[in-house]
Design a protein around this ligand. Structure first.
Ligand SMILES: *Cc1c(COP(=O)(O)O)cnc(C)c1O
Length: 412
């Protein structure tokens, strides 16, 4: 057996992005934070940035800040996300609302535009909110949901959608990286297949934005949404983003008609006239304060480049798989993620019947992965804030907690 910690120390010493690790706030009592894919850590300077904002832009510039910068912020910040992470030219990405609300807006827009068609295609294993919104929109739009099944480890393949996507399909909704297995879908190939049937394609990027390079413009993606509190470290409840391909502007019409999405926000006119740009997808006053923390993370991703972030992500997940093979597989733990780094995102999932109890022990001991029903532990490795030593420390802690045996579950 190789010495995993020695290997990890060598990888940390050679890590070109290692200098970012110190930029994150200390986490007293925590030796391994392996949940950056659920809630990214705060940058160290965020308290100061927020207090500068309170004193300056808000406290001193006061309402003048709306004209000076806040009105433009949803699209300006969207453009930065588009350029740094999405392969999206300016004017197609906007920051607003939660992922769930943006999913609703985009699904409704798409089904209204394809009202001659009758089905929304979605995968059974997709994240609950995506499925729930799809069911709600289908009911409102008089459409049906067509469910597809995919391998729980390898994720959705082109062959899984080939039969399901037909002349009846209005829209296909899939996740780029599966929130459970971490499987990475072939965005380019699947989008092309969906377009052959004349349907629209919506990608959920929650588990890939900030960690996987993508080329939404080049790959013909119609619509996308994504979280900013995962790999973009925007903080709990930070607003999400929506991408709407320029070709659909002025054609798609979102359902929550608000004054901020109107063509002339301050006309205060009698009727709603939708803006013909991405701004139409805003409804009400944007959450300016919530857009602050993610900006520091975007600075760092721009500096590291998304390709650099992806390279480290692969090294981290490869090391986690190596550690799994050496210390967890012999204890009967299953790998529930693809083995090939090219086919997975920034986290891996492992399974064992005792993992609910194991997770309780780990959290109490300052090792923080997350538990996914029924018996999975997700190890989320956020490349700019996670070290190789932290990764190995986490896997060794899982082994130690497992060796303590099952906790007696209370009955009745
Ligand atoms: C995290 C996540 C969401 C979260 O949606 P919210 O509206 O922010 O609660 C949605 N979809 C996927 C795939 C996610 O991973």
């Amino acid at each position: 057996m190789t010495d995993l910690l020695t290997t990890a120390r060598a990888l940390d010493a050679a890590d070109p992005l290692g200098s970012h690790l110190d930029a994150f706030a200390e986490m007293p009592g925590v030796t391994a934070y392996l949940d950056g894919n659920s809630l990214g850590r705060p940058l160290r300077d965020i308290g100061e940035k927020i207090s500068d904002f309170v004193r300056g832009d808000w406290g001193t510039r006061l309402i003048r800040s709306w004209d000076e910068q806040w009105m433009d912020l949803p699209v300006a910040l969207g453009d930065r996300i588009g350029a740094a992470c999405l392969g999206a030219a300016a004017g197609q990405t906007v920051v607003a609302d939660s992922t769930t609300v943006l999913l609703y807006k985009l699904l409704r827009s798409a089904t209204a535009e394809r009202k001659d068609r009758s089905e929304i295609v979605i995968e059974r294993g997709n994240f609950p909110t995506d499925r729930f919104v799809a069911e709600g929109v289908a009911a409102e739009s008089g459409m049906t949901v067509r469910w597809i099944s995919a391998d729980p480890v390898q994720g959705v393949q082109i062959s899984d959608i080939a039969d399901a996507v037909t002349a009846r399909t209005a829209l296909v909704v899939l996740s780029h990286v599966d929130y459970r297995s971490g499987a990475l879908a072939d965005m380019e190939g699947i989008t092309a297949k969906v377009h052959e049937a004349g349907a629209l394609m919506l990608w959920d990027l929650c588990h890939s934005v900030g960690v996987i390079p993508m080329r939404l413009d080049e790959w013909g993606v119609d619509l996308a949404v994504g979280c900013t509190y995962k790999y973009l470290n925007g903080g709990p409840g930070a607003p999400a983003f929506a991408y709407v391909r320029a070709a659909h502007h002025g054609v798609l019409r979102q359902p929550i008609q608000g004054w901020m999405g109107a063509a002339d926000v301050f006309a205060m006119g009698p009727a709603y006239v939708p803006d013909a740009t991405i701004r139409q997808f805003i409804s009400g006053t944007p959450p300016v304060l919530g857009m602050l923390p993610m900006q520091g993370m975007l600075d760092r991703i721009e500096q590291a480049t998304i390709e650099g972030v992806r390279a480290k992500s692969k090294t981290l997940t490869d090391l986690a798989v190596q550690a799994f093979d050496e210390v967890l597989a012999p204890l009967g733990v299953r790998l529930l993620s693809p083995r090939d780094a090219e086919l997975r995102g920034g986290h891996i999932t492992i399974g064992h019947p005792d993992f609910r109890a194991v997770t309780q022990r780990l959290w109490a001991d300052g090792v923080i992965p997350d538990f996914r029903f029924p018996d999975g532990i997700r190890l989320g490795l956020s490349p700019l804030s996670t070290s190789h030593v932290e990764t190995v420390t986490g896997v060794l802690a899982v082994r130690d907690a497992l060796l303590q045996g099952p906790i007696q579950e209370p009955t009745g």
